[in-house]
Ligand binder design. Sequence first.
Ligand SMILES: Nc1ccn([C@H]2C[C@H](O)[C@@H](COP(=O)(O)OP(=O)(O)OP(=O)(O)O)O2)c(=O)n1
Length: 178
Amino acid sequence: MIWSDKKILTAIDRGEIVIRPYDRANLGTNSYDVHLGKHLARYKDHILDARKHNEIEEMEIGEEGFVLHPNTLYLGVTLEYTETHSSVPFLEGKSSVGRLGIDIHATAGKGDVGFCNHWTLEISCTHPVRVYAGMPIGQLIYFAVEGDIENYYNKKPNAKYNRVSERPMESMMWKNSF
Ligand SMILES: Nc1ccn([C@H]2C[C@H](O)[C@@H](COP(=O)(O)OP(=O)(O)OP(=O)(O)O)O2)c(=O)n1
């Protein structure tokens, strides 16, 4: 079941959900709006290798915004640092962002119980589009989890995206053995 606004508020009051910075105005009927942080990145190499550590170069979105172009994967980040301790957070797009032709994640929308970090966004667009730091970029929705948790994400020794960072994090697939 997806959590309602009241349920999300109660979880925030209890410290089961942490959102920083937090603004009550960003709470929707059953979601919380998150915003685009100023740090962006893209891969240095044209051909990525799933077995290797693909390096990124970082950019900053200035006052004038930043034009995204099609056929490039940009890694962005939410302005908000979040912690989710008792539910499963999902990152979803916003209709107004989708209507500009912007995707904010490539396949990965689910978070884990115990995830404590800024969210990395895997951004692509179908049309050149100027984006701005601080613009609404997505929404978090929360689902109840059934059963006890053995491995909270923030306690898992092999969790790949545990190191708190307000900059986007590149794929750490190279840490998987395959
Ligand atoms: N667009 C997204 C989706 C997820 N996450 C965060 C929340 C998740 O709790 C964490 C790990 O996501 P996955 O479990 O999908 O990633 P992996 O399985 O690749 O990593 P790990 O092995 O660390 O679980 O990354 C994120 O920052 N940005």
